[in-house]
Design a protein around this ligand. Structure first.
Ligand code: ATP
Ligand code: MG
Length: 426
């Protein structure tokens, strides 16, 4: 736990003084000041700039209530129930403006603050002062407030010092803070990967001891966190850390596979692939990653179902997705995508009759083919199907006919009913 820093106003580091902030956030702060309110840049943007990273977005914190903010900005909307705040937008920007909150004691319950029997905050809408707002933030590095008009940095919890030391420190006792909101344990892991910071020992202990409370978090919130963890360039680091803290099971419906197993190799390959694509500014979709992370589970379920035929395989797919839904609310639009990728794996393997031509025109062919290559990358027993498809795509029509003819001849009899991938985990 860190001590409160009485000398809260700190000399502003050069990097902040010289940073270019989003124009809309500066305009919002000016207007709020003009209406007599305090307003600061806060959280991730101040932290990231000080840590030498480009901020993802700019959040503003103020002592104006959401209704007061709403009145000042024509293009704005009040959102959220558990945590009410205002979205202020321009044509190309959106800024979250949140009102200072007061932290509340463990057993206090009012209509604006509600906690459950385990201390989890269900609603957090009691307004407070800047100092109070600071205390209810999760980590010292996230509790820095910057006034870009006066060039003043407010640092009540030694956040600046912790950024310099590259250390993630909880504000208050992490055991209590994680009871209030178990998602903070995932955030600790996420920030340590993103910033390459060490997690302080008391926070580590709290993740081990309070991690199980993640089981009570809504699947919608867990899906949001899933995306932040796995789709922001640090997926593989996060996965390994989540695994070692024993909390990966709250995000992914999968066994913990051993180091040399196909299951873990495939999951690692998919996570590294996702990070690399993002680093190369290529698009990623949660659908593809989920399909890969759950593939080992799908194979297990298929085996349990004795799934050597198509009907059973489809049932296994539904069950695998249903089980994942309990953990994270994967939006429905991704379900079809995930199932397409999975079911195309069968077709890419069997290549019956004229099917290969149809498959090439399938809207999910590219994703399914990439998925096949990942499976082969992770598998010790590759059957060269990936290569076959790489070739088949490239060549002209007569060569395609030739390839299919050769394939028929090489089989020399009925196609094996057993799908190759069912061997993957055995
Ligand atoms: P990033 O946007 O890079 O994920 P961030 O720190 O901006 O990081 P947000 O989720 O955008 O994270 O939250 C903004 C700020 O709100 C945080 O910096 C932190 O001060 C506070 N905050 C967010 N979630 C929590 C939480 N669960 N408990 C306490 N404080 C929180
Ligand atoms: Mg943010």
């Amino acid at each position: 736990m860190n001590k409160i820093n009485k000398q809260s106003k700190t000399k502003t580091p050069k990097v902040l003084r010289e940073s270019k902030f989003s124009p809309l956030s500066i305009e919002i702060i000016k207007k709020l000041n003009k209406s007599g309110f305090q307003a600061y840049l806060v959280g991730g943007c101040v932290r990231d700039l000080l840590a030498g990273i480009k901020p993802k977005d700019f959040d503003v914190s103020t002592n104006a209530t959401p209704e007061e903010v709403r009145k000042i900005f024509r293009s704005s909307r009040i959102i959220g129930k558990r945590f009410r705040l205002v979205h202020v937008f321009s044509r190309n920007e959106l800024i979250e403006v949140s009102t200072f909150r007061a932290n509340i004691s463990r057993d206090e319950n009012t209509s604006e603050v509600l906690k459950d029997s385990e201390g989890k905050i269900l609603r957090d809408n009691v307004w407070g002062t800047l100092e109070e707002d600071c205390i209810r933030r999760d980590f010292s590095i996230n509790a820095l407030y910057f006034d870009p008009l006066q060039n003043l940095l407010y640092d009540f919890h030694n956040g600046l010092h912790h950024i310099q030391k590259k250390l993630l420190v909880s504000i208050g006792d992490p055991q209590l803070r994680f009871e209030e909101d178990p998602v903070r344990s995932l955030r600790a892991i996420r920030f340590s990967s993103k910033l390459n910071f060490k997690i302080s020992n008391d926070v580590k202990k709290a993740i081990y001891e309070k991690g199980h409370l993640l089981g009570n978090i809504s699947n919608a919130r867990m899906f949001d966190e899933f995306c932040k963890i796995f789709l922001t360039k640090h997926a593989i680091d996060n996965f390994k850390k989540l695994n070692s803290f024993g909390v990966i099971k709250y995000l992914i419906n999968s066994e913990t596979y051993n180091e040399h197993s196909f299951g873990l190799k495939l999951q690692h390959a998919a996570l590294i692939n996702t990070d690399n694509r993002l680093k190369a500014s290529k698009s990623v979709t949660p659908g593809f990653l989920i399909a890969a992370l759950l593939w080992p589970r799908l194979i297990d379920v298929s085996k349990e179902n004795g799934g050597l035929n198509l009907r059973k395989f489809f049932r296994s797919m539904d069950r695998t997705i249903r089980e994942q839904q309990v953990l994270t609310a994967v939006p429905r639009k991704f379900h079809g995508y995930i199932k397409d990728i999975w079911s195309l794996q069968l077709k890419l393997e069997t290549r019956l009759g004229h099917q290969p031509y149809k498959i090439l025109n399938h809207p999910r062919f590219r994703a399914a083919y990439d998925f096949l290559l990942l499976r082969e990358e992770a598998s010790e027993d590759t059957q060269g199907i990936g290569n076959w498809w790489t070739h088949f795509q490239k060549v002209n029509r007569p060569a395609k006919i030739e390839l299919l003819k050769k394939l028929r001849e090489s089989r020399n009899g009925p196609v094996e009913k057993k799908f190759g991938f069912l061997k993957e985990l055995s």
